[in-house]
Design a protein around this ligand. Sequence first.
Ligand code: GCW
Length: 700
Amino acid sequence: MTGDTQRSTAAPHAAWLPDGAFAALGSRRVVVAGDGALTGTVAEEVAAATARFGGAFSRLEVGDAVADAELVLTLSPAETSPAASSPADHGEDTDESFRFTREAGAVVVQARTDAGLLRGLFHVVRLGEAAFDGPDADETHAPATDLRMLDHWDNVDVHPTMGQVERGYSGGSIFYDNGFVRSDLSRVERYARLLAAVGINRVAINNVNVHEHEAHLLTDDLGDVVRIAAVFRRWGIRVHLSVSFASPILLGGLGTSDPLDQDVAHWWVRAAARVWDAIPDFGGFVVKADSEGQPGPFAYGRTHADGANMLAAAVEPYDGLIHWRAFVYNHRQDWRDRSTDRARAAFDHFHPLDGTFSDNVIVQVKYGPLDFQVREPVSPVLAAMPHTRIALELQITQEYTGQQKHAVYLGPQWSQILGFRFWEPTGRDGGSPTVADLATGRGKAAEDPGTGTWRKPAGGFAAVSNVGDDEFWTGHPFAQANLYAYGRLCWDPTLDPATLLDEWVGLTFPGAPDAVRQAVHTVLDRSWETYEQYTAPLGVGFMVRPGHHYGPDVDGYEYTPWGTYHFADRDGIGVDRTVRTGTGYAGQYPSPWRETYESLSTCPDELLLFFHHVPYTHVLHSGTTVIQHIYDTHFEGVERVEAMIAAWSDVSTLVDPRLSERVAERFAEQLHSATEWRDQISAYFLRKSGIPDELGRTIY
Ligand code: GCW
């Protein structure tokens, strides 16, 4: 029996791979040469596209004479490799590198592995006509990291409060349906294809909060994981599982999950052996331990290194990885206790463990110290563990950024984080390592300024997926752009988010007039900043409704145990995280940031209330007071949403009417919600401070 229920039979939206995206390639004479499963996938794609668009397709052996082809996709002859024979202008040779050459309009994509060939195919698709039109070229392309991962917070069972997908805003799960793994995985297949096209190569298929039923994916329900892994494998994507640290108790009947207990370690060794026996290319385990109620090593007086290394030993024979999350804090804090600061927690727990993790452990760090807020400083943990493999964790699902009801393009936020430099010189063109360097082990990361050589290979990227069984995959059709941009930034963190939007529009709306592209830019380019304007000001964070985290509730978390406070009173607002008078969090940064954040005179405006408690009359670098800034940005934020809606309405008839309908429905809610935010935040601070708006606008 399966749990698949009756649901709409409408085919899911094609996202960035509609047939039209293959027009340039499909109308040409194309040769695919080589063997390997993924070369087979490449050949199927080319065969389908050429059949549709009138081109020609032939399948040859590597090295066969090719006459007359306009595009050749081939594995390299054994004696050459892409990096050995060409300028490494786009990076080093990796298993997924490919070489792209164009001579007199004839294109050759050559790769050492079939995975590289698949990446090369989608490179050609992305370029469209430009792949064939440009001047002669000889480029080697390689990903910045081999670890480009998506995490799903999907539950097998529908959780009583969190539902089928924790923090999911796109319908149900594509994997699970009300207690069962779906028997029909065709939706997963389409998803895998979309991910392959943006370069994702690993997916963790279940929630990091591992509940009772889901824990069994590791053992009794492994057969279902085997089925899912088989689907992803065709697209060069490896599957990972989130596991419960208490599995030996939950699944093995042991009395303990103490990582230093021999029986526990043996239980994991046997569990890992069964998994890799069933799925030889399995990726590894993701672990949320001692966090928000999940079990972990603290119960036995052990450290997170003890816990992670025990698991690492079990998966090591298979080159398996342990993604161990650094999101560890006390969620039962007393709000009266001003000495505890949740923002400090990850650093305080993990920094002392630097250098003690096994080679196949990756410590996965959320980009900010709190929790995926619209604005946070970059987590100091990323800079504090030079002898540990670090992965940067981002959140594509818009838990705190409008839940896919609001159009918010997160590319600019991620790009800013990826380009952030902890050490001097800190400027955009500075020579010190960026966050992307630290996560990829490339660039300047090898030359750590203070502490010697950094751990290589590094830990790469992970992000929480925003996809569900919704017709448009992501609820808001424009939220597809976030998934797209994430994949592309993992491949090359230096890509410009605005350019990525162009790519996404070009693929998703093939042949649409340029006005559509322009309207999408008008809507999305500054949408992150717009969302920030009408929600929590100046880096203070939260102010959302507790539980579901949607919509304004200024004091919603103020007197709770969750550690996310703003401390607004009649005189001022903000959290003093300075070393001198506050929680000391600013001291977790290396110089120059510890000084920059510590001092009111240098702390950037957008993070002011994250680091300082100031009077409402404090004057920002921008020249306006905190209170007037709150009023101004909230009014402007709503005006900008109105402008977004107007820009889109000019072109909405030029695209698929169902998509337009969905966008219109979401815009109506965004405007309603933004207005609610504006009025509640403005009213709250007017009432607290008693200071009127200089412009005399209506505040309730
Ligand atoms: O952002 C918070 C979410 C939780 C989530 C947790 C985490 C999966 O509110 O729903 O749990 O972070 O990252 O583990």
